[in-house]
Design a protein. Structure first.
Length: 254
């Protein structure tokens, strides 16, 4: 029954936006690559622009190491047995390896390209003091008895690795068009546990949750690049919505 609260049915959350723009080192330097023509990472940012590059094979590899902090808070933290539950929950788990790879082959007016990257997610969180979710369990399920959160921990991972293929063609000296698709594999992992103090007696109750969620999706990608004069280039792309139907594998429930 706890799973229904932590993992609501897909129909109750029909829309979710999770997207990473930081897909290359050049983007991290400039924060804008949507009209670039100078490197293979434009497979992601300006796919139609690949047909404007010079003939040849291009390869681009990047890795990012992210040091990040997530913070959650509750307005009224509780306590039991003289042990106070934290009102703030913090995760400092770093993402050490977040790679991206881009490939382009351009010949005459045709460019074929592909990429391997995590289009969303890209890491995990480790809340050593748990998450506020555990605070509401006694209130949500009175049958558990008069319980007060005592200690908890929670680990979560979210990854969306993807593979993209793209074809671009220069139809005019100043105009190129592209079409492609991206396959996405979604993976989420949850591992949490909590101890509750029973105010009616000196006993502890344990709750543990361990589960993973997986999904598959496909995104259509269409682009246009216009280069009307030497020092002006305009690039744009459109990505369709990605429908992903999640399946939950409950590994442990106590």
């Amino acid at each position: 029954m706890f799973m229904a609260l932590l993992f609501p049915a897909a129909d109750s959350w029909p829309v979710s936006i999770d997207y990473l723009n930081n897909q290359s080192a050049d983007w991290m330097r400039t924060l804008s690559r949507n009209a670039a023509l100078d490197s293979a990472d434009i497979v992601f940012f300006n796919p139609a622009g690949t047909a404007m590059m010079k003939d040849g094979f291009y390869f681009n590899f990047n890795n990012q190491t992210l040091f990040k902090t997530f913070k959650l808070s509750v307005a009224n933290p509780t306590s039991a047995g003289g042990i106070a539950n934290p009102g703030r929950y913090t995760s400092d788990e770093p993402t050490l390896f977040l790679p991206t790879m881009f490939f382009v082959y351009r010949k005459n007016d045709l460019a074929l390209s592909s990429s391997l990257l995590s289009v969303a997610g890209g890491g995990g969180a480790d809340y050593k003091d748990g998450v506020p979710f555990f605070m509401v369990l006694p209130a949500a399920y009175p049958a558990l008895g008069d319980l007060v959160p005592y200690s908890s921990s929670f680990i979560g991972v979210s990854m969306f690795p993807s593979f993209t293929i793209n074809a671009a063609y220069r139809v005019l000296p100043f105009l190129s068009l592209s079409a492609g698709g991206r396959y996405i594999y979604g993976y989420k992992y949850y591992n949490g546990k909590a101890m509750f103090y029973n105010s009616a007696g000196p006993t502890l109750t344990r709750v543990a949750i361990k589960a993973s969620k997986t999904a598959h999706g496909f995104t259509g990608i269409f682009g246009i690049d216009i280069n009307p004069v030497r020092d002006l280039n305009i690039g744009a792309r459109y990505e369709t919505e990605t429908y992903m139907r999640w399946e939950t594998d409950q590994k442990k429930m106590e």
